[in-house]
Design a binder for this molecule. Structure first.
Ligand code: FAD
Length: 507
C-alpha cells in the first residue's frame, strides 16, 4: 500500500518559497488552462472582472485543439435532447448524474448556435448542418468543422475572441505548480475545513516563480492521458490539475474511469494519432488480419457500439487471433471522399505510407479521455472554496463510467460558460477587495540521488498500460500500488526546478 502517512507523499507544495521574495500579480479570476474549457469560462468571467489565463505551453497545446470528431447535440428535427440523454445514460453504465445530463444536453443546441454566430464554420450539406454519427448514438447528431479539424476550428474562434477581450490576458508558457490556499499545512489538512483557494504559484522561464492572487480560480487544466504508454493525448496532458487540486485538499472523484479510444493509428514511430470514431460512423469497418469483420461477433451495434465495448472487443479479438493490432477498412468509401471528409487522418496515414483508399489502416486502443477529476457541480463549484473546475479536469457526473462520443466538447462549452458565470457573479456578490497573503512554504530537505526523469515517466506509463489498462484485476492493481508507492519515496521527496520534474511528480 502507498504509505499515506509519509510526509513526502503528502507534500503540500511542490517547491519551497518565501512569499515576500516572489513577484505578485493580482486578478479577479485566474483560469488555469487554455483549452476550450479555459477559454470559454474565461470569456464568460471577463464580463464581470479582470481575468488571467495561465497555460503551461503554447496556446494551441491542448486536447481541445486536437479534437477531430465534433460536438454532440440533437439538432435534427427527427432527433431530440431526450434521445441524446437516453444514449448518454446508456453509455454511462448507470453511473451518470441524470439531472446534470439532462441540463447539459438541453443547452447543447444553443451553445452550438452561439459558436456559429461567433464564427465557427461548421460543415454543412445543402445549407443545413451536416450531422455525423458516432458510436453509442442512436441518431446523427455530431456537428463538425473542416471535416476532422473541429477542435482546431473551435479553439481558433475562442482564442480570437479571448484575445480581443479588454479584460482578459493570456500568459503562455506559464506553468502552474500549485493552488495557493490561505492556510499552510499538509494535504488534506491544508485544504480541509476553512481553507480557501486564493490563487496559484506559477513559473515562467523569464520571470521565475510568481504568485497570482485571485478572488476565484478556475481549474481547466485538462486530462491525464500521459499516464499511459499508449495515448491519443498531446504531451501537456500530465494530470497537473488533478494533482494540484489533490495537494490543496479538493475532493477528487472517479479517477479510475479513463476512457480508452478503440482506434488509434498503430505504426511504430508514430504518435498514437486518433482515427476518429466518425470514420466508423461514415461506414468504416473493423477487420482482422484475415479480413474478417469481427465486431458483429461481439455486439449488435457492431462498429458503432459504445467505445468501451469496442475497445474490449478489439483486445479480446487480438488475444484470440494472436495479433498486435486490428485494422480499419475504408477502401469502399473511396479515396477522394475519405480525404475530403477526413483530411487530417488522410494526411497522417499518408505520412507513414498508408493510402486509405487502397490500404487497411492498422489500429489499436489507447488512453483517451479522463472521466474523473476534481469533483464539481454543474456550476463548477468544487469542495474547496474559491476553486471552480470545468472541462476534462472536472468530474461533474455527466459521463458516468463511460463518456458518449463527442459529448466532451459539448460539455466544455455548456459547463465552461456556466463555470465562468458562477465565478463572475460571485465577484459581484462579494464586492470584497483582494487581500494578498504572504505565504511561505519549506519542504523537508532530501539529499537522495538525482533521477533519470524520462526513465521514471516511461516506466510509470508502461506499468499503467500493463496493469491499469482496459482490463483490470485486483492483484495487478495491488501490485501497481506497491510499485508506485516505492517509486514515490524517491520521486516525491525531491524539489525540481523545471516543468519536466513537476510533471513527473504530478503523474
Ligand atoms: C485526439 C483527440 C481527439 C478528440 N476528439 C474529440 C471529439 O471529436 N469530440 C469531443 O467531444 N471530444 C474529443 N476529445 C476530447 C476533448 O477534446 C477534450 O476532452 C476537451 O477538449 C478538453 O478540454 P479542456 O479545455 O478541458 O482541456 P484541454 O483542451 O486539454 O486544455 C487543458 C489546458 O491546460 C493546460 N495545462 C495543463 N496543465 C497545466 C499547468 N500545470 N499549468 C498551466 N496550464 C496547464 C494545457 O496546456 C491546456 O492548455 C478528443 C481528445 C483528443 C486528445
Amino acid at each position: 500500500m502507498v504509505p499515506t502517512d509519509d510526509p513526502f507523499l503528502q507534500r503540500r507544495y511542490l517547491v519551497s518559497f518565501e512569499g515576500h521574495r516572489l513577484g505578485h500579480i493580482f486578478t479577479d479570476v485566474l483560469v488555469i488552462g487554455c483549452g476550450a474549457a479555459g477559454l470559454r469560462s474565461a470569456i464568460e468571467a471577463s464580463q464581470f472582472g479582470e481575468v488571467i489565463i495561465a497555460t503551461k505551453d503554447g496556446l494551441t497545446e491542448s486536447n481541445s485543439y486536437h479534437a477531430q470528431g465534433g460536438l454532440a447535440a440533437a439538432m435534427d428535427s427527427a432527433d431530440s435532447p431526450s434521445a441524446h440523454v437516453a444514449d448518454t445514460l446508456r453509455a454511462g453504465c448507470g453511473l451518470s448524474d441524470e439531472p446534470v445530463v439532462a441540463e447539459v444536453l438541453a443547452d447543447a443546441g444553443d451553445h452550438i448556435r452561439q459558436m456559429r454566430q461567433w464564427g465557427v464554420a461548421f460543415d454543412e450539406d445543402r445549407g443545413r448542418l451536416d450531422l455525423g454519427r458516432e458510436g453509442g448514438h442512436s441518431a446523427n447528431r455530431i456537428v463538425h468543422a473542416a471535416g476532422d479539424a473541429t477542435g482546431q476550428m473551435l479553439t481558433d474562434v475562442l482564442l480570437d475572441r479571448a484575445q480581443q477581450g479588454p479584460r482578459l490576458k493570456i500568459f503562455d508558457n506559464c506553468f502552474v505548480l500549485d493552488l495557493l490556499t490561505d492556510r499552510a499545512g499538509l494535504a488534506p489538512v491544508a485544504g480541509g475545513p476553512g481553507a480557501r483557494c486564493v490563487g496559484a504559484i506559477t513559473f515562467h522561464e523569464r520571470y521565475g516563480l510568481q504568485v497570482i492572487h485571485a478572488r476565484r480560480t478556475i481549474l481547466a487544466a485538462g486530462g491525464a492521458g500521459m499516464l499511459w504508454r499508449e495515448t491519443t493525448n498531446p504531451p501537456v496532458a500530465t494530470a497537473d490539475g488533478i494533482a494540484m487540486a489533490f495537494r490543496a485538499g479538493a475532493e477528487i472523484a472517479d479517477a479510475e474511469f479513463m476512457q480508452f479510444h478503440p482506434t488509434t493509428l498503430y505504426v511504430a514511430g508514430s504518435t498514437r494519432s486518433l482515427i476518429s470514431e466518425a470514420v466508423r460512423g461514415e461506414g468504416g469497418y473493423l477487420v482482422d488480419r484475415a479480413g474478417h469483420r469481427f465486431m458483429a461477433d461481439y455486439h449488435e451495434m457492431a462498429e458503432l457500439a459504445p467505445r468501451d465495448v469496442v475497445s474490449r472487443a478489439i483486445l479480446d479479438h487480438m488475444a484470440a487471433t494472436g495479433a498486435t493490432n486490428v485494422y480499419i477498412d475504408v477502401r469502399h468509401l473511396g479515396a477522394d471522399s475519405f480525404a475530403q471528409r477526413f483530411p487530417q487522418i488522410d494526411r497522417q496515414c499518408r505520412e507513414f505510407g498508408i493510402s486509405p483508399g487502397e490500404d487497411l489502416i492498422p489500429v489499436h486502443p489507447a488512453a483517451h479521455y479522463m472521466i474523473g477529476g476534481v469533483r464539481a457541480d454543474i456550476d463548477g463549484q468544487t469542495s474547496l472554496p474559491g476553486l471552480l473546475a470545468c472541462g476534462e479536469a472536472a468530474a461533474t457526473g455527466l459521463h458516468g463510467a463511460n463518456r458518449l462520443a463527442s459529448n466532451s466538447l459539448t460539455e466544455v462549452l455548456v459547463l465552461g460558460s456556466r463555470c465562468g458565470r458562477t465565478a463572475g457573479e460571485a465577484l459581484a456578490a462579494e464586492d470584497e477587495a483582494l487581500t494578498p497573503r504572504m505565504i511561505d512554504w519549506q519542504n523537508p530537505h532530501s539529499d537522495r540521488t538525482s533521477l533519470d526523469l524520462a526513465d521514471i515517466r516511461n516506466s510509470l506509463r508502461s506499468v499503467m498500460w500493463r496493469n491499469v489498462g482496459i482490463v483490470r484485476r485486483g492483484s495487478r492493481l495491488a501490485e501497481t500500488l506497491e510499485i508506485i508507492g516505492f517509486w514515490g519515496h524517491y520521486v516525491l521527496d525531491k524539489e525540481f526546478y523545471d516543468p519536466a520534474g513537476w510533471e513527473a511528480q504530478n503523474i
